[in-house]
Design a protein around this ligand. Sequence first.
Ligand SMILES: Nc1nc2c(c(=O)[nH]1)N[C@H]1C(S)=C(S)[C@@H](COP(=O)(O)OP(=O)(O)OC[C@H]3O[C@@H](n4cnc5c(=O)[nH]c(N)nc54)[C@H](O)[C@@H]3O)O[C@H]1N2
Ligand SMILES: Nc1nc2c(c(=O)[nH]1)N[C@H]1C(S)=C(S)[C@@H](COP(=O)(O)OP(=O)(O)OC[C@H]3O[C@@H](n4cnc5c(=O)[nH]c(N)nc54)[C@H](O)[C@@H]3O)O[C@H]1N2
Ligand code: SF4
Ligand SMILES: [Mo]
Length: 718
Amino acid sequence: MTAVADSPVTPAERSTVRAACPQDCPDTCAMLVTVAEGKAVEVKGDPDHPFTNGGLCVKVNNYLDKVYDPGRVLFPLRRTGPKGSGRFERITWDAALDEIAARFTAIAEEHGPEAIMPVSYLGTQGILNGLNVGDPFFAKLGATVAERTYCDSGACTAYAMTIGDTAGVDPESLVHSRFILVWACNIMSTNLHLWPYIAEARRGGAKVVVVDPVRTRTAAAADQHIALRPGTDGALALAMANVIITEGLTDDDYIANHTVGYDAFVERVAQYTPEWAEIETGVPADTIRTLAREYAGAQPSVIRIGVAIERHAGGGQTVRALACLPGLVGAWRKPGGGILQLPLWAFPVNWGAFMHPEMLTPGKRVVNQFQLGEALTGGLALDPPITALMVYNSNPVVVCPDQDTLIEGLKRDDLFTVVSEQFMTDTAEYADIVLPATTQLEQDDIMFSWGHLYVTYNHRAIDPIGEAVPNTELFRRLAARMGYTEPVFRRTDQEMIAEAFDWSHPHMAGITVESLKERGWQRLNVAPPESYAPHAEGNFPTASGKAEFVASAAAGGNFVLPLFRQGSNDHQPGQPVDPLPHYIPPRESVHTDPELAARYPLNLLTPKAHAYLNSSFGNLTFHRQVQKEPNVLIHPDDAAARGIGDGDPVRIFNDRGEFTVLAKIDDAVLPGVVVSSLGGWRKHSKASATLAAVTPTAFADLGNAPTFSDTLVEVEIA
Ligand SMILES: Nc1nc2c(c(=O)[nH]1)N[C@H]1C(S)=C(S)[C@@H](COP(=O)(O)OP(=O)(O)OC[C@H]3O[C@@H](n4cnc5c(=O)[nH]c(N)nc54)[C@H](O)[C@@H]3O)O[C@H]1N2
Ligand SMILES: Nc1nc2c(c(=O)[nH]1)N[C@H]1C(S)=C(S)[C@@H](COP(=O)(O)OP(=O)(O)OC[C@H]3O[C@@H](n4cnc5c(=O)[nH]c(N)nc54)[C@H](O)[C@@H]3O)O[C@H]1N2
Ligand code: SF4
Ligand SMILES: [Mo]
């Protein structure tokens, strides 16, 4: 077997190794790992890293518990009992690779390679081991193309349509903001290290407003909380535009010089009055007026949108409307003004070297991972049907909607399933072969960030435990066993690191692999936070070079960016898209579907858990103690109407399925809204189901985004 990584590990010494948190989290914390005699003995935040500032978070503080957990999968395993029984025997890597290669080859010959489907997401977000690590392998194999639109695909489509793939506001420049509008983002749990910048802005007099149906930790810490009905954000944003225009609060010079389509926008938003929006959102018209006045008047103002903003039928158009607001009021003029979504776009990642889109066969079948259950059970009428799955970097049983159908599919005896994992997850339990994966301490990687402007290097700190391998090595081994000889399948990790970025890009000036290895992290070569205002003079990376109220990119219809579709841009033109922002109400609401709402009157939200990272850490004792037993927040009125007491086990159900958790009576949620956090494992649940049993597979309007927030349910005592 080839060596798994190239960094030297010197077991005898006590040393400190520079590392990077691998989790799918905007903060990408720089870590310091202390190693003594080959064992990692401490993991902490790097006190010098501006964003991390020495602190990690409740999820990763105890990372060593994860690395050395006795439940780690450390050797290849083959199933010995029925699917889902959890009975496996240890086998050698050779035996595992032989079996996988033989099965993949036989299936491809018998049914065509599209009968094989990869399933993956962001267990780690390192450039080497993350999103695209398997893409060249499955492209060469000719497998079904996996569409992975779990996270921000719709918001990114909408954002790019409006202002292009710009990094937007530098999170660190939020200290200069005068008005901070946090929209569908629970920063205290999901982007913790941004809060100190917001707190500093507040000390300087900035007002912080949170728009969320729930009084979260973040909403409670803000100056104002605006609680609206889930999925009606577009109405609120468009009504803000209406007020700003009607009351003459616009920056006319900025609009004239740096935007296109303003007149049509004015005409469009005339109908979206605050009184109309009050009916839709439940937010009083006067509150909307005051919000619009303050947002426009206190410059620079910034909107921080969370990923949760996209998760309803009109999520894309909601982001279209929100991305128009900064142009309307000239917020982009100063550092700390504009919209903050994903500064990821500032990183010149050499995506092509990892995705290899040219290796994909044109016209290859695309299946969205939300529809995995249907794909496996005949619902999509696929020809050929899926007869092999390879899952890595993901735990679809917990994170995919339509859980019952997915389990039914995974139980199929004629389905050959391979899962590469660190732990025996709910998904791995259904595998035929389980392959052991390393943790971040056991592998080299290099990281972009979607929450700040620093590149971070991750040195391997310890040798892989057991026979675990990094994903890079997994695909090298698989490719070799399949007889693939292209250079892309033989690159070492260090060769991949050398290809990770376009090092000649101006943003990488002064940054090399060597300097990163030594220092651990470096800020991109962009303006410092106090002068970072890339759109002060327009310069948007759109077709017109301006912020587009009328989006020229809408001409081709709805689209999914290649980042979210295994590198593929090859698809039928999407559904037509109105080039002007407009309101699309939630699909499942009392306004749009009164019949459904009569049966299922409560809107379920399934946001992130404080102590888990998606479903990662959901198996660890410490994290489960912090997170406590899965519950559902329910308003006292809704609980009383159903005779539900605090702590009662309750059944949450709709036509798609049901799950059982404990009731937590709490007026932090609006009446009509219930909240249960994502991440608890099915095997630890009551009644063998998690919230994914009730969430829909339907797409939102743009980018095939999920509609997790667009879910009506009923709750009753179990
Ligand atoms: N602790 C922790 N941190 C994480 C993660 C984790 O699992 N746990 N996951 C990481 C990942 S992958 C991501 S994508 C980010 C996501 O981070 P966020 O964008 O913060 O996403 P969520 O926590 O899902 O939801 C944020 C808030 O949106 C609200 N919300 C839900 N629906 C609506 C709506 O229709 N309108 C409005 N206005 N608000 C709504 C919820 O009540 C919630 O408080 O977090 C990352 N960080
Ligand atoms: N209802 C609902 N559903 C959601 C969401 C929601 O808010 N509500 N959020 C959505 C979002 S934003 C996201 S990003 C997705 C997240 O979906 P996923 O990315 O699938 O997230 P995890 O559940 O953390 O699963 C990652 C798995 O990868 C494994 N892993 C970690 N590192 C490695 C490695 O190096 N190699 C291998 N082979 N495996 C590794 C971990 O052990 C873990 O089991 O979920 C989506 N689903
Ligand atoms: S999960 Fe996020 S906040 Fe926690 S250590 Fe990792 S990057 Fe930092
Ligand atoms: Mo995500």
